[in-house]
Design a binder for this molecule. Sequence first.
Ligand code: FNR
Length: 359
Amino acid sequence: MTAADFLSLADYGRHFAATAPAGVRAWVDGGAGDGITAAENLAAFAALRLWPRVLGDLRAGSAATELFGRPLAAPVLIAPTACHALLDPEGELATATAAALTGTPMIVSTQASVRIEDLTAAVPGADLWFQIYPQPVFADTLDLCRRAVAAGCRALVLTVDAPVSGVRNAEQRAGFVLPEAAQANLRDYAPPPAVEGPRSPVFRGLVDPALRWAEAGRICAESPVPVLFKGILHPDDALKARAAGAAGIVVSNHGGRVLDTVPPAIAALPAIRRALGPGVPVLVDGGVRRGTDVVKALALGADAVLLGRPVLHALFAAGMSGVAHALTLLQTETEAAMALVGAARPGDIDATLIWSGPQ
Ligand code: FNR
């Protein structure tokens, strides 16, 4: 494929599937279990039908929006994904530079291959958020939060849907394990304390046996920047997160990578928006591949979407310029879809733009 062949995010996905090493492919594109949820994330977007309106005033049209008082070129953020060094030698430095160039916030993973202090210093123009994986010792989790804020991250994203690892047969078959580089942010922390008693191997593997609503609330209380909870699918959990101090919610099933056979994230979104009402930022991820998907997510109640795998596909294909190109493609497609449904601004997108007639 030449550069001119990359016309859509799917083109980056196909190039990745055809050329990436088997282990990396299994890690990026795989899902948990039988991959049912991973596939349904995509199918659920494909099954939604837009219902456009015509002849509106589109002259002030733009996908630009804002979250927590800061501007975004489009309602799209880079989802947290581990260890970008597996895709490109520059790792997160490349992704963050592309994020800055395209006006896209990037949520940096706890398992990034670059220390967060080094990343914020190297790419000061990027709007970087930091994703928190709870650490075995709660004091270390709090330390990670403090370090990210001190380094300049503008929000924290606490991932709450992975208390243990998912069943990842594709990775097991390919013999894939995350390399030591994924520990860049975690080298200062103590190894997990020995667990007493006859607990099962699975429950012994809890990332933090102590992390419950109260501890998650403490993270919010101690943070000077907004804390979002990522990985919520149930409206009651969205309400509990809000009560615990979450400034926003990411409706997500982790790209179908932790628990298989849960609903597609886009299907879980409307009930969560209804429960929270307007005013609380709600983001969604899992299966966003087209500008039409961005419009559908906003129509069903999201303020913005996160983009996971396509960023990694583009990083693998062409490093920083690949990611910048992929993000620009999605921004352009989003604006085209907005214009064609008759929405000049993200705020004009509502549920009336989703077809509710017979299929
Ligand atoms: C992820 N995801 C993820 N989430 C998180 O909170 N912390 C992490 O370190 C990672 N790591 C990670 C690695 C890889 C290879 C993938 C594909 C995903 C999940 C990610 O943030 C997001 O929820 C999904 O990727 C969204 O779905 P799509 O866009 O990939 O379909």
